[in-house]
Design a protein. Sequence first.
Length: 82
Amino acid sequence: MNNTLASAPLQAARPGTCVGRASRRRYSLAALRSIIVTWREQTRFRWELKRMSKDNPHLIDDIGLTRRQVEEEIAKLPFWQR
């Protein structure tokens, strides 16, 4: 009975066990979530930039962008959203 209990923590500490794989999986999921959040922020910025360029083009100068820079950013939106 003592041998069984003593071997369980050692098995969990080995690099090839589930504990090692689960921690790597969490890291990759966290990285994936971070990438998705960044994509959403960029898309939201481009949508707002597109709306601003149509409604209030004078505000583009206020944020320090040229018309060409705005057009380049808007062009990065998927074709069905332009």
